[in-house]
Ligand binder design. Sequence first.
Ligand SMILES: [Zn+2]
Ligand SMILES: [Zn+2]
Length: 498
Amino acid sequence: MKMFWLIRLTLLVPGQTLVMSLPLRNPDLHTPPHAGSSEADQEFAKEYLQHFYGYQPKSEREKRNADTAGDADWDTGLCDKLQGMQRFFGLPPSGELTEETVAVMKRPRCGLSDVERFGNGIRWKRSTLSYRIAGSNLPKSASNVHKVIRAAWKLWSSVAAVKFRKRSRKEADIVISFYNGDHKDGAPFDGTGGILAHAFMPGAGIGGDVHFDADEDWSFNTTGFNLFAVAVHEFGHALGLPHSSDPGAIMYPVYNFAPTYDLQLSFRDVKDVQHLYGISPSFASLFSKKPPPRTPDKCDPDLSFDAVSELQQEVVFFKDRFMWRRHPHFDETGITLISSLWPDTVPPYLDAVYENVERNVIVFFKGNQHWVLRQLKLEEGYPRNISDLGFPSRIKSVDAALHFRIDRYTVFFTGHECWKYNEQQKMMEGSPTLMEKLWPGIPAPIDAAVFYEGFVHFFKGNTHYKYDSNFKRVVSTSPANDLLECKMDNNEILTEKR
Ligand SMILES: [Zn+2]
Ligand SMILES: [Zn+2]
């Protein structure tokens, strides 16, 4: 089956990237869409959208025709593809090349497209497949590479009715190789970072083969790129799985291996591979006690949050490794990984988050540590202990943080106590107050709090308390997820609010 192979060739005709010089512009928005993004970033973005989102730049001839029509620098196709990419990654689909959009584009990732569908049911017809590890160019010790590859196949065979056999010499269904740069399959590797690997759909010849970029710093631990994590993802392609926009799935296209997180197939990966190959006979006994992890669902009536914060004009809801972002201009609230916005800095399973607009920083809390980030980057000297803020040593963590922009102070919640922190003088004001005194009607301890549109919003378990601080009373209670517009799916095409 060569379908995917052909698609990639058409996407990667040499020279195509050179003709893209049109600035990005969204006709619906009056601000310059690429404000702050450099020309190099715009070029990079166009290449990215061409490679991963099927953007086809205008030919020289089309551009000349557009010139005479007075439409020289506008390309709707490009804006649509950019919005498609933003939706895929749970970013606000503004069609603007924002700093964070560029940051997500620059994350190391798989070389396959995010939008080419593999076609339903493309799979191997046999239930036992052979693989071979091509001997040349192996990173580090060959025996470790072999061990990691075997473990990666085992993850898939433990859930789906398919087995893998290693072959040393003879032809195999799936050939695994490490290549530098152009390796004559129409999809050259790009040196360190960027594209880490790619794979081919099940089929004869090159079908099912897996290529790793030999220029990467491959590792078996947390330094460089973890070979096991990338192999599990690429083997999913070799079995016939496309990319998933579920950020908890192994088939999510961006590299997000974290040493704190036990790498495993998600519920979505398991369902998808079982749909192609059936259920492994050992699945029930292996997973009865600990089923594959599900990505939190914004429509789950029992959904609770770790933290909720304003972030510029958005409200962001943090849960486990994930976050949802509610933007005032868009109905949809996409889910994304915390690490896709703040890679290698902000930990998962946060306790509290707030934004200090005046200082232009975001502060994250987990356990007795806090992190301060400016412009997506960690400030020097962080993380630091929360005692630096003036907490006594008996306080081991913070439940929630509530920032008041106009009055320039932040309230921290710890169990039944609240602490008022003066942001100008950078110190705690007086001793803590009991929650029932300051916020009567709110049950302590709380999970999260945010000041938004004139009200304080408290979250505890699956309940959202809307609070009027002037009258010191709860205005309404509702399900915790009521601000997440759960009627809509992350992947649906949605309309912008006018
Ligand atoms: Zn991939
Ligand atoms: Zn290749």
